[in-house]
Design a protein around this ligand. Structure first.
Ligand code: 3PG
Length: 311
C-alpha cells in the first residue's frame, strides 16, 4: 500500500502544526492581557525599572514553586549552561527594560508599531555582524518594514524620543536574545519552559542592582503612595496581573521557540503585535490619525512579505 506510509508521515507534521498554532494563539492572548495591565500600572505608577524587575521576580518565584512542588521537573544544569545563558540574559534584560521604559512614555500601540520592525533588525544584525547574506527579495521587504515604521513614528501624535529609542533598543536586544537562545537551546536537555525560567532568574539578578540605582526605594515608596491613593488597593492586582502574564506569555513563546526557527519566531511575534496594537487602541482610546495607521499597516505588510521572501 503506497498511501499508508505517506499518511503516517504527514500525521505528525499536521499534529506539530496544530501544536504550534495553539502555542501561538495562547502566546498572543496572554501578551494582550500583559500589555493592558502593564500600561494600566505604568499610567498610575511610572516606574518601569521596578515593574520590569517585578515581572522577572514573579516568574522566577512561580518556577521555583513549580520545581519544588514537582509540578514541573527542575532542569539539570551545569556551570557551562549558565555561562552560555549569560549573554542571552543580558540581551533579555536590556530588551525587557527598554520596552517597558518605552511603554511608560508612549502609547502601547506606538511601542508595538516600532517593535514590529524587529525582522529588519534581525536581517541587519545577521548581515553585518554575522556575515550572513540573504536573497534580494528579503532586502526589498525591509523597505516597507522600515518605511512603514518611520511613517508611523513621524505621524505619531504623542511622539516621545525616549519612548521611540526604548522600542528601537528593545528590537536590537531581542534579535540577539533570539539568536543566542536558539543556539543555547540546541542539543540541550533543558526544555523551552525551563530555559525561560533560568533566563528569568539570571535576568532578575542582572536587573535588580540597576533598578535600585536608576529609580530606587525612595522614589518607589513615594510613587506607590500616590498610586494607592489614586487607584486604590486594586493597583496591587494590576501589578500582580502584569507580572504573572509577563511570565506566562514568555514561557509559552519559549515553548514554541523550542519547535521553530528564530525567523518564524520573529514573524509570529510581529503578528502578535497586530492584536496588541488593535486591542490597546480600543481599550485606552488612543488617538490615531489615518496616516499613522497607514504607516503601521505598511510595516506589518512588510513583515508578511519578508516571511514570504525568507521562505
Ligand atoms: C517586555 O516588557 O519585555 C516587552 O513588553 C516585551 O516585548 P515583546 O512583545 O517583544 O515580548
Amino acid at each position: 500500500n503506497i498511501e499508508l506510509p505517506s499518511n503516517t508521515e504527514t500525521r505528525p507534521e499536521a499534529a506539530k502544526k496544530v501544536k504550534i498554532g495553539i502555542y501561538f494563539a495562547t502566546w498572543w492572548a496572554l501578551n494582550v492581557v500583559f500589555n493592558i495591565y502593564n500600561k494600566k500600572v505604568l499610567n498610575a505608577f511610572p516606574y518601569p525599572w521596578l515593574t520590569s524587575t517585578l515581572s522577572l521576580a514573579c516568574g522566577s518565584l512561580m518556577m521555583l514553586i513549580s520545581w519544588a512542588t514537582r509540578i514541573a521537573e527542575a532542569p539539570k544544569t551545569d556551570f557551562e549552561f549558565w555561562k552560555t545563558l549569560f549573554p542571552v540574559a543580558v540581551a533579555h534584560t536590556i530588551g525587557h527594560v527598554a520596552a517597558t521604559v518605552s511603554m511608560s512614555k508612549v502609547a502601547v500601540s506606538f511601542t508595538h508599531i516600532i517593535k514590529s520592525g524587529e525582522p529588519a533588525f534581525s536581517v541587519l544584525v545577521s548581515r553585518f555582524l554575522l556575515g550572513e547574506s540573504f536573497p534580494v527579495p528579503v532586502y526589498l521587504s525591509l523597505i516597507p518594514i522600515i518605511g512603514g515604521c518611520a511613517l508611523a513614528a513621524v505621524t505619531e501624535l504623542n511622539f516621545n524620543m525616549t519612548g521611540f529609542m526604548g522600542a528601537m533598543i528593545s528590537n536590537l536586544a531581542f534579535v540577539f536574545r533570539n539568536i543566542f537562545s536558539k543556539k543555547g537551546m540546541k542539543g540541550k536537555s533543558v526544555s523551552g519552559m525551563n530555559y525561560y525560567a533560568c533566563l528569568s532568574m539570571l535576568s532578575l539578578l542582572i536587573l535588580t542592582p540597576f533598578a535600585v540605582a536608576v529609580e530606587g526605594p525612595q522614589m518607589w515608596a513615594a510613587g506607590w503612595q500616590t498610586a494607592l491613593s489614586q487607584i486604590g488597593p486594586q493597583i496591587i492586582w494590576w501589578v500582580a496581573a502584569q507580572s504573572i502574564f509577563y511570565h506566562l506569555y514568555n514561557q509559552v513563546s519559549y515553548m514554541s521557540l523550542d519547535e521553530i526557527s528564530p525567523l518564524t519566531f520573529s514573524v509570529g511575534n510581529t503578528m502578535k503585535r497586530i492584536s496588541v496594537i488593535v486591542s490597546s487602541i480600543i481599550i485606552f482610546s488612543t488617538p490615531v490619525q489615518p496616516i499613522n495607521a497607514f504607516g503601521a499597516a505598511i510595516a506589518i505588510l512588510g513583515t508578511f512579505l519578508y516571511s514570504q521572501a525568507k521562505q
